[in-house]
Design a protein around this ligand. Structure first.
Ligand code: MG
Length: 343
């Protein structure tokens, strides 16, 4: 079947969602009720309606209203990093992941990590390996990779260089989303099974500014006085356990924002924010809010590839689905709808 023919079938398929897309566009009309929101509308580019699907517009309506009523002090944003905050395609090629971009300045060790990737990556997605066994394999993979990074003599300078040379880019609108949330003291927790130090360097180099409300929950490196990697801090976070530990590790950012009266080493401060805006590119990312007894959760899924086969599943799993590597402007509008500017 030719690509053009497949595309035609897909377009016809998408047309069945027309009333839903139209309904979501109505939110944009509501946004323009206040003058300030009209201003915001002018500055926020629209997202092509073909790139957006809302499975249950009435339910989304109710959730947005509930989050607005509870106020910004009850909301936290939980976001996956790779292919969620970052683009899937960069300059016509698959964008790099925070893990994939790392060149440790030692070709022998880069090759060894590459070999591990080719061995373990298919196992990670194997439908036949039981979860318990797969979890052990992932621990093995991450553990070996971290050892190679230490043995290979990774320096912070290599991270800086790798990010500078990488093809990784944030979706348009990410800065505006973070700014909007920062102004309202709404924490953004970025959960990743990658490396916190790399993600922070990507934020520094690609966004050119920092946000006091953004916290990375990921594997963190320890460097010696010569900026040479010597160990890793805390629990190992891999793709199959990132949800399990994320909330515990997220507590400090809430303390920094003054959410707790007494310092806490559990995740009580995280749990005080009972409304969640969750951003992910995989249905497994929905697990990032596991362990949080949330009242209202709005979930946004970025469906970047294999759209024909996955749309139905994503539409059931997420409240809002953005396709075709859409920018972040739709999410900016969504938070503006939750907390209208000037109110
Ligand atoms: Mg991802």
């Amino acid at each position: 079947m030719s690509y053009r023919f497949q595309y035609t079938i897909f377009t016809v398929f998408l047309c069945t969602f027309r009333p839903r897309r139209f309904r979501f566009r109505r939110y944009n009309c509501r946004l323009s009720n206040s003058e300030k929101n009209l201003e915001m509308e002018e500055h926020v580019p629209s997202v092509a309606s073909l790139d957006l699907v809302v499975g249950d517009p009435e339910m989304l309506d109710k959730k947005i209203a509930a989050i607005r009523l509870a106020g910004p002090q009850k909301l936290q944003v939980i976001a996956d990093f790779d292919a969620t905050l970052t683009k899937f395609w960069v300059n016509g090629s698959r964008g790099q992941s925070s893990h994939g971009l790392l060149q440790q300045g030692n070709p022998e060790y880069d090759a060894k990590r590459e070999q591990l990737y080719h061995y373990y990556h298919p196992l990670e997605f194997s439908p036949t390996i039981p979860l318990e066994e797969k979890t052990k394999l992932m621990e093995e993979w991450w553990g070996k990779t971290h050892t190679l990074l230490i043995e290979g003599g990774l320096t912070y300078e290599s991270i800086r260089q790798s990010v500078a040379n990488s093809s990784i880019a944030f979706r348009d609108g990410v800065i505006e989303l973070f700014e909007f949330l920062e102004e309202r003291d709404i924490p953004v927790l970025i959960f990743s099974a990658g490396l916190a130090d790399i993600i922070e360097e990507v934020l520094r180099q690609k966004l050119h500014r920092s946000f006091k409300n953004v916290k990375i929950v990921s594997n963190r490196m320890v460097f010696d006085n010569n900026s040479r990697l010597i160990s890793f801090k805390g629990k190992l976070i891999h793709s199959l356990n990132k949800n399990e530990h994320a909330l515990d590790m997220a507590a400090p950012v809430h303390e920094q924002l003054g959410d707790t009266d007494v310092p806490s080493d559990d995740n009580a401060s995280v749990k005080k924010r009972t409304n969640v805006l969750l951003l992910g590119d995989h249905t497994g990312d929905l697990g990032m809010s596991d362990g949080l007894n949330y009242e209202t959760r709005v979930s946004v899924g970025f469906l970047n590839h294999n759209i024909e086969n996955s749309l139905e599943c994503y539409q059931k799993a997420f409240d809002v689905v953005y396709m075709n590597d859409a920018p972040m402007w739709g999410v900016v509008k969504l938070v503006t709808e939750m907390f209208p500017i000037g109110k």
